[in-house]
Design a protein around this ligand. Structure first.
Ligand SMILES: *Cc1c(COP(=O)(O)O)cnc(C)c1O
Length: 396
């Protein structure tokens, strides 16, 4: 059976045009970009062209872009890099409760090393409270790290307002924009973003390559020792093919960004409206109308998300019960708990994230399967039986 893929927030399929542009650097053009002969110079040139494409996409300068192995490394690099650089100025970091583990776990590590971290909360739609942000700022605050868009519920944060607040207080503002780059319009200058992470495999580029933007003038400590690549900030021979692929992928993404967003939104809105119409006792999480255009997160009461996923998989459908980074753990998602869902409802949640290759026919098939699977699992659910009983007796 053909696999139908609805997990584009976890990763995306490599675009064939991207692969085509990468191929020469996996075969004939294998020179080390630090070498001065022709093969090396060609790699260097390709890398610098990719850097320009990436800078342009977010309105940054090429020398503000550092290649990393992905979003996680970019987050780690800047959060630790700023913490260690400015520890004599202050030891306080502000982040949110709904960050990706690449940010949360880095902050937890820093707490063990003596830094103080404030994890600010979010409302029921997943938006951070700007008043709370202002209130936790203190003279020791050196960094605010708030994600651009959430990977589990799709909520987009008021990044430009956070940027303004950070600027007023002269605090460095980092945003994990891994879910946003390639889909949303980003202007790091206008939005007062000092630092931003992105990852190529979330926008149809290759895996294992990402980038960190850091505004010129901001000093941070490097976290990889070795050669002088990436202006001394990230040692290791450049992955030329992947870098070239990432450059092509980001250019393609922004060439068609409006069209892309409309496509995602149309499919996502259709899915949500059909589910709402055909399945009772559900909760739509986040705020789809203002969130990432392709993402939906719905809780189906009385049943387990894992059960739905297994059944979808049997029908050839890939989806997620939260984030790929937390599946494998049985704890409910920290994001769903932060927006106030009780454990039992959080457990019954399914994230569907549309991508550019999805079609209406695929979404129709998904809807049919969801209706059938949720109905069948509920028919076997003791919780559902109890609920119906109580409803009949008027005890709820
Ligand atoms: C996927 C993701 C990451 C991690 O990126 P990798 O390139 O896989 O390391 C970080 N943050 C968010 C919000 C993500 O969605």
């Amino acid at each position: 059976m053909n696999q139908i893929y609805f997990d584009n927030s976890a990763t995306t399929k490599l675009d064939e045009e991207v692969l085509k542009e990468m191929m020469p650097y996996l075969t004939e053009d294998y020179g080390n970009a630090s070498s001065i002969y022709k093969l090396g110079r060609e790699s260097r040139k390709a890398i610098e062209e990719a850097r320009e494409r990436i800078a342009k996409a977010i309105h940054a300068e090429p020398n503000e872009i550092y290649f990393t192995s992905g979003g996680s490394e970019a987050d780690n690099t800047i959060i630790r890099g700023v913490a260690y650089q400015y520890k004599n100025k202050g030891n306080h970091i502000i982040t949110s409760k709904i960050e990706h583990p690449a940010v949360l776990e880095t902050c937890k590590q820093l707490e063990k090393e003596g830094f103080e971290v404030s994890y600010i909360g979010v409302d029921e739609k997943g938006r951070i409270n700007l008043e709370e942000l202002k209130n936790v700022i203190k003279p020791e605050t050196i960094l605010i790290s708030i994600m651009f868009a959430n990977n589990e519920i799709g909520t987009i944060q008021p990044v430009d307002e956070i940027g303004k607040i950070a600027k007023e207080h002269q605090i460095i503002f980092h945003t994990d924009a891994v879910q946003a780059v390639g889909t949303l319009d980003i202007d790091v200058k206008d939005m007062n973003i000092d630092s931003l992470s992105m990852s190529s495999h979330k926008f149809y580029g290759p895996k294992g390559i990402g980038a960190l933007y850091v505004r010129k003038g901001i000093v941070f400590q490097k976290f990889m020792n070795g050669g002088h690549q990436e202006r001394g900030k990230r040692a290791g021979t450049e992955n030329t093919a992947a870098i070239v692929g990432m450059g092509k992928a980001i250019e393609l993404a922004y060439e068609h960004v409006e069209e892309h967003r409309n496509h995602l939104k149309e499919l996502r809105d259709y899915y949500i409206s059909q589910i709402q119409e055909r399945i009772p006792y559900i909760k739509i999480n986040g705020e789809p109308e203002n969130g990432l255009p392709g993402l939906s997160n719905i809780s189906f009461r009385f049943i387990e998300g894992e059960g739905i996923l297994l059944n979808l998989d049997l029908k050839g459908i890939s989806a997620s019960s939260g984030s790929a980074c937390t599946s494998g753990s049985l704890d409910p998602s920290h994001v769903l708990l932060a927006i106030g869902l009780p454990h039992e409802i959080a457990h019954g949640s399914i994230r569907i994230s549309m991508g550019k290759y999805n079609t209406k026919e695929e979404v129709d098939y998904l809807i049919e399967q969801m209706v059938e699977i949720v109905g069948r699992l509920r028919a076997m659910s003791p919780l559902y039986e109890k609920f119906l009983e109580e409803e009949k007796n008027g005890t709820i």
